[in-house]
Design a protein around this ligand. Sequence first.
Ligand code: HEC
Ligand code: HEC
Length: 258
Amino acid sequence: MSLSKKLSLVLAGLSIVPFIAVAQMSSGIEDNSLADLEARLSDERTLFNVTVDEAPDDDLLELGRLVAMGGAENGGSGMACITCHGAAGAGEGSGAFPRLTGLPGWYSYKQLNDYASGARPNEIMSGVAQRLTDREREAVSAYYAAMRAPHIPSIGEVDQALLQWGGQLAAVGSAERGIPACVNCHGAQGTGNPPSVPYLAGQYADYMVYQLELWKDGVRDNDAMNVMSAIAEKMSSEDMRAVSEYYARVANPLTEPE
Ligand code: HEC
Ligand code: HEC
């Protein structure tokens, strides 16, 4: 999609007929009417705060949707999440922007706080997060947690042996190298472990490789007790590529339309 088209989408999101205009142009959003989202409020994924064991209310979802469309209080069209993360949060296929659809609300909320504080530095997201109010961070996190969107299959040929190695790292890790199995924390099928552990299944490979490198280089420094940095330090570039390509090809039914 061209930038001008994206911008007009953003503007449409701010006009009187926000949802309809966007809905017709995007895949997956038809499963995300406000009623659909509300029906998912009791899901543990939508909790944005581990200390509050209460589902967010529908006002919060409305605010989340507004923020996603670019209507944050201190925002502007450059702040519309949908411009980069896609209409239903599923990204646009390149792998430069992570999939947000169905990420645990608490996890996303934490990431926004970490971007804002600099514990997870990123030129784009730090600026975006700093301008969101605390309530907007909660709202947009709960909103994406309740969203569903189809899995965008990974494109590009990958060597079968590499995928097999990735599958092995995911399931059992490598005792020899001291790499734990990803399934220990990210769930048996890589579908995550709310509230704090994100899914890997269906996330973009390039994005995951990049995050593992950032941890290894000590740039992303925001995980509790340094679990991920300790793991990434033990991984070679080939390991990172293998496990990421593997998970990018695993479907994630929990974040896809029912
Ligand atoms: C101009 C493009 C752009 C816009 C607009 C944008 N993002 Fe992002 N977002 C990114 C990029 C790039 C990354 C990956 C950054 C990194 O490597 O840490 C990202 C990462 C994230 C992550 C981390 C996901 C994960 O799996 O850890 C969250 C959460 C997020 N964005 C939420 C938002 C929200 C909410 C908005 C709207 C208020 C938004 N983004 C607007 C580009 C954008
Ligand atoms: C001991 C638990 C644990 C194990 C084992 C583990 N992870 Fe993680 N992982 C986490 C946690 C917790 C986070 C979220 C960190 C944060 O809060 O930013 C995470 C985040 C990630 C992310 C970032 C996802 C995103 O959306 O930004 C990637 C990629 C990742 N892990 C890959 C792996 C891989 C590959 C393995 C196996 C080799 C693995 N992890 C094993 C706990 C674990």
